[in-house]
Design a protein around this ligand. Structure first.
Ligand code: C5J
Length: 243
């Protein structure tokens, strides 16, 4: 089954258990006043617009028992995993580790570091805590995806041109077929979001594909109807790692 996408249709794997939904950094730090995004001088409220579409996609994955990966950008309380360059970048009153209205900025388990309640992970869902912008850097993400036989990734979350784009590029280099869901990702800068979407799909999909959530949902429904009709559905292998 294909998702109607740009620059051309995106082919879903026959067995949808090879597909994962990646939700990048939908944490209060970036979406609510008083967090890291706010401290950097951004209008954080504009990121809230994607929450309903993302909730729909998440509900679909959950109802079908498909893999969902949440990520959170954060650092250990002693900031030992925060590079000097990241710590000292910028000219803001509040830096990483400083105490703000939602606790210490970008520090693991502080109130501001929590994923927004509308998208809160279920207890069995994987949460990747990442110190960098890309979700593969200094995390177990690569091993988790390989263990679970994932070949296809739907990329969502914030911000489009920073953590979402970085992760999609990292994933593309690792051989994953990636599609960025265009109304499930947002940026503080609309023009950067638009440019990112265009960069992903330029040159015949040099990094991957883009499509709206409605197109993804329509294709998932059709694929599930097909899968339900196939008796071997459920027998899984990992095409990226056949052994
Ligand atoms: C940023 C992110 N923008 N999640 N992080 O610093 O995109």
């Amino acid at each position: 089954m294909n998702i109607s996408a740009l620059p051309y249709d995106y082919a879903l794997p026959d067995d949808l258990h090879h597909l994962a939904l990646v939700i990048i950094d939908m944490q209060r730090d970036f979406l609510e006043p008083g967090g890291f995004g706010d401290a950097l001088g951004n209008d954080v409220m504009r990121l809230q617009a994607i929450v309903p579409a993302l909730q729909q996609l998440l509900a679909e994955f959950r109802s079908r028992g498909l893999l969902v990966i949440h990520t959170v950008e954060c650092h250990q309380p002693d900031l030992s995993d925060c590079s000097e360059s990241k710590l000292h970048r910028g000219k803001n009153d509040l830096k990483i580790g400083d105490r703000g209205p939602m606790g210490r900025i970008l520090v693991k388990d502080e109130p501001g570091n929590g994923i927004i309640p509308q998208l809160a992970p279920l207890p069995h869902e994987t949460v990747i805590y990442k110190p960098g912008k890309g979700a593969f850097y200094a995390t177990p993400l690569a091993e988790i995806l390989q263990d679970k036989g994932i070949t296809h990734l739907l990329m969502t979350g914030v911000t489009t041109e920073v953590c979402v784009q970085t992760t999609m590029r990292e994933a593309n280099d690792r051989g994953y077929e990636c599609l960025m869901v265009d109304d499930c990702t947002e940026s503080y800068f609309p023009e950067f979001k638009q440019a990112t979407l265009e960069m992903m799909r330029a040159q015949s999909g040099i990094v991957g594909w883009t499509a709206p959530a409605a197109n993804v949902l329509a294709a998932l429904h059709q694929q599930c109807v097909l899968n339900a009709a196939e008796p071997e559905f459920g027998i899984r292998s990992n095409p990226l790692n056949p052994n």
